[in-house]
Structures are given as C-alpha cells and as structure tokens.
Design a protein around this ligand. Sequence first.
Ligand code: PMP
Length: 393
Amino acid sequence: MTTPPPFNALERIRTELAHLEAQSLRRNRRLLESPQAAHVRVDGQNLLSFCSNDYLGLANHPALIAAASQAVLSTGVGAGASHLITGHHAFHHGLEMRIAGFVGLPAALLFSTGYMANIGVVTALIGRDGEVFADRLNHASLNDAALLSRAKLTRYPHNDMATLETQLSSSRSVQKLVLVDAVFSMDGDLAPLPDLLALCERYDAWLLVDDAHGFGVLGAGGRGALAHFGLASPRIIYMATLGKAAGVFGAVVAGEAEVIEWLLQKARTYIYTTATPPLLSAALLASIDLIEAGDGLRVHLQNLIKQLRASLRTPNWQLMDSATPIQPVLIGSNDAVLAASQRLLERGILVPAIRPPTVPANSARLRISLSAAHTEADVAQLVDALNSIHAAG
Ligand code: PMP
C-alpha cells in the first residue's frame, strides 16, 4: 500500500490553531446549564454573570415563556418554509406590524438574525457601482455586508464626522450608503446619529442604523436610538436585533414602505432561508409589550450603570466612556485580559475577555454587560471582586 500524499491544507490549519493558542487568541466555549439570567450555571459552577446582552432580563421572563408555550401548541415548532413560500405565519406578520408601529416607521420586515439582516439590506441596496462608508468600530456583520455587496468600502475613524464628510464629498458614486452601529458593541458609546443624518442629507446617502444594543434600552418606552435622538427621515433604514434586550431571537428592519417592499423582493438573506419558528414571534409580541411598559426596568438599569461607574475607582481599572449597559474595562494585552477574567471566575464572576480581532490590537478588554436582572448587591460584588484583584496585584 502506498502512503497517501501529505494533506497540506489540514497541516496549515493545525499550525494556525497552535499559533492562535500561543498568542492567547484561541476562543473557547463554556457550557451554559441554566437559563440566561444574572445567576447562571456554567461548566458545573454557579456564577454571577455579566456576559449576556439580555439587558432587560426578558430572556427567561414568565410572560415570554407563557406566550411561546401557548403558541407552540397551535403553530408547531418549525416554520417549515421560507417567508415567500408558505412560512410567513400570522405571528410573524403581527410582529412586523407591532414593531413598525412601536418604532414609528411605516413598515418592517423580520429577518432570522441581525447578521443576516445587515447582509440582506446592504446587498439589496447597493452594488458594484456604489460606495459604502463605515465606522471603523462597526460590528463585523456590517463589514461583511459591505464586502459582499461588492461596493467600494471606505472606512472612517471612529465617530470622526470631519473625515466622513471629506470622504462623502469626494465620492464619485451615485449610490452612497453609510453604515453605523447606534451603540458600539464593544465600547458602549453612541454614534452621533443626528450628525450622520445631516451628512447623509447633504451628500444624498442612505443611513443604515444598526440598533442591536439600543433597542429596548434607549429612548422613550425603549423605542431605541432613533427615539433617543428624536430622528426621522426616509433615508434611515433601522435595524434592531431581537435576541438582546428583547430577550428572544431574530431581527427586524424598519423604514419606508417601498424600502421594505424592495427588501422583500431583493434581500437574499430574507428570501432564501427558512422563516424563524412562529412561536418566537409570539414570544416577541409579549416582549414588546414588556419593553414598552418597562420604564421601571430601564431606570433600574441606569442606576446600576451609575453605581458601577461611581464605585469602581481604582486607577488600575479604566472604564471606557460609556453610558449604556456595555461597560468595558480597557486592559490592553491578551494575556492580561485572560488573567483578569480567570481571576474573576475564581471569585464566582463571569466577565468575558474580548480580544482581537473583535477589538483592535492591544485594546483587549473585559466587557461588563449590565442587565436589569442584576441587583445592586450583584454590582457591589463585581466591584469588590475587581478591587480585590487589583489589591492582589
Ligand atoms: N449588530 C450588532 C451591533 C451586534 O452586536 C450583533 C450581535 N452581536 C449583530 C448585529 C448580529 O445580531 P444577531 O446576533 O441577531 O445575528
């Protein structure tokens, strides 16, 4: 028998994996053995978690569980088809109308995930002859969407409106689209949406606002970033994810009726995929009611944010400039952030270590996410743990 020839591609992957390990860049999953909550069971340990995007504590809310449980009896589990074939259930339809009304836009379309929504919108709106302008700290899904659209991609330094204006004014493209996170997912700060809209108006561009981390949290009644800034314009295409503050799964895009109709006709990540289980839309209808009535949750969340920022005073822990539930502590090196996360874990606290390429090189950080499900005592425990790690050097 002859020995098979060497499989070079697999060898290369083995070498690259070893390289990731050596740089402290290999990612590992943990096993969650409880519902998502402030206190979770992970890898057999009971932990206080500051890891989830469940900002209002709705992921395990009895009203959502009841809505989903009831719906599963009448809808079954799977949607069984894409929306344009026979998968578009009355629950999906009702949710689209509910969210459009909630955020104050004419129409809305459900997508299976935020990642797919961003790809669907960008590729449907713009092609080879267009130009996409994107903040350097935008979420990966917006970057991937721009690349897939084959439009020219021009990135501007974080929140740098002067550079964006120069780029827009010198663009030769007829079709222009500005992409932005309303709340930056790894920094927690806000995009200057009024300035961005003004630039889009001046240079005749679309503005896609990714409000993954603002929907449910910002604005009156949790209506999100547009409500927070009081913005309305036919140029704005609004995208909110439904697996974060809304506590379930999925995403919604809202805007002018013709834009939504265009997406329905052209967005490939809408057309060529199975609709989400209708029971999720039933749960989301209950979730939107709780978000709308959730001022108490949002006030509590803001108080926790203030408590953390006021009590974490040790100079070693540099909280980034954020007023949202995303409260990152800048550490710098990959090794140091892993060590800090590990030492918190030894104290029963789960805070993720975020490293490149999710964030720029040398800006590794602990990403603390607060939730209305936390108590003041939970935040005090986190602060004590951080301070004791610092005291231990
Ligand atoms: N946009 C932003 C800003 C996000 O943070 C995320 C999720 N991490 C997404 C889009 C993708 O949303 P989903 O998880 O629903 O795919």
